[in-house]
Design a protein around this ligand. Structure first.
Ligand SMILES: [Zn+2]
Ligand SMILES: [Zn+2]
Length: 324
């Protein structure tokens, strides 16, 4: 990468002469005052002055007595004559753009909104806890019992599916193949370059190209298979239900045909539920979904106690106890 060296510029703060050269004019040609390195700046493109065959011997050092910038090799200050022993290198100018004050203001507002959100969330959580934990004692009477049992029946049916052809299931038939994009690949496509500037600290700066590789995306195609296969699907549900007068029983299963044929049927998932309805002293009804053994032991007309939430009034069905 080719680097080009240019002069930094400085403006004389005493006589107002501007665009003085950082390397050539160590003193102001108009009034003779010494250059101060904190006055150095990067020139605009039309004010750039190139330095041919520049020998870089290190960033300038600040004179410990008068703060004038001196070449790194100098043993004494050219301005006041002080020895340069232990002098520190000058501060370098940054090429980065100044931060946008408008943006900083915006993020301050964002912080306030964030705090507001946290406060609201906290209040919501407190309300939820009160709803869940604030409970009162209730007395109950069991008024009715009901049960429900169901069995899902599945049937085998021709089913349309699609997959990448290298994953085609063995039982697939009526297969049609097509081309489809499966992935993308990154292909190197030259470089993106920006011009950057680096302060050398000796009254000059270097301009260089900062380049990063660029890529373009290209699709990768593969074979896509649409096909039919015979699959099990939920077809119907068999239900049985009753109240306290009947013992829970599973519905009678009748299958159209058994086996692996199209149209064959098989038993699927079973589910059951056992509900007792209670009446509280305020005349409000509560449903409790219980395990079968618990449900069977609660006679109609029996008295129970438990807790109910003050807000919403929902009954704690796990806390049911026979009333003394
Ligand atoms: Zn001057
Ligand atoms: Zn000095």
């Amino acid at each position: 990468m080719i680097e080009q060296t240019y002069q930094m510029l400085w403006d004389c703060p005493y006589c107002g002469t501007d665009k003085l050269l950082g390397l050539t004019h160590r003193h102001c040609p108009s009034c003779g005052s010494a250059q101060a390195e904190d006055k150095r700046y990067f020139p605009s493109d039309e004010d750039k002055v190139a330095v041919a065959d520049h020998k870089f011997s290190g960033a300038d050092k600040d004179c410990p007595a008068c703060s004038s910038p001196m070449a790194a090799a100098a043993a004494h200050c050219g301005n006041c004559g002080s020895p340069m022993d232990g002098a520190a290198a000058v501060k370098l100018k940054s090429d980065a753009p100044a931060p946008d004050p408008q943006k900083a203001k915006g993020s301050g507002n964002g912080k306030l909104i964030g705090i507001g959100c946290v406060v609201l969330l906290g209040l919501g959580l407190v309300f939820l806890l009160v709803t869940m934990l604030w409970k009162k004692d209730v007395t109950l009477e069991a008024t009715s019992r009901s049960w429900e049992r169901s069995i899902l029946i599945e049937a085998k049916q021709p089913t349309k599916e699609a997959k990448w052809c290298d994953n085609l299931p063995r039982d697939a038939y009526a297969v049609t193949r097509s081309s489809k994009q499966r992935d993308t690949k990154k292909i190197p496509d030259g470089e993106t370059c920006t011009t950057k500037r680096k302060d050398n600290g000796d009254g000059t700066f270097n301009e260089y190209q900062d380049c990063k590789p660029k890529y373009r995306e290209e699709p990768i195609y593969d074979e896509w298979c649409a096909y039919t296969a015979d699959r099990w699907h939920e077809a119907r549900t068999l239900n049985a239900a009753g109240d306290a007068s009947s013992a829970p029983d599973w519905p009678t299963v009748t299958l159209a045909k058994t086996g692996e044929c199209v149209g064959c049927e098989r038993e699927g998932k079973r589910s059951d539920s056992y509900v007792v309805q209670f009446l509280d002293a305020d005349g409000k009804t509560h449903d409790c979904d219980l395990v079968e053994a618990r449900w069977a032991g609660i006679e109609i007309g029996s008295k129970w106690t438990s807790k109910a939430s003050v807000i919403g009034g929902s009954l704690d069905c796990k806390g049911l106890e026979r009333a003394p």
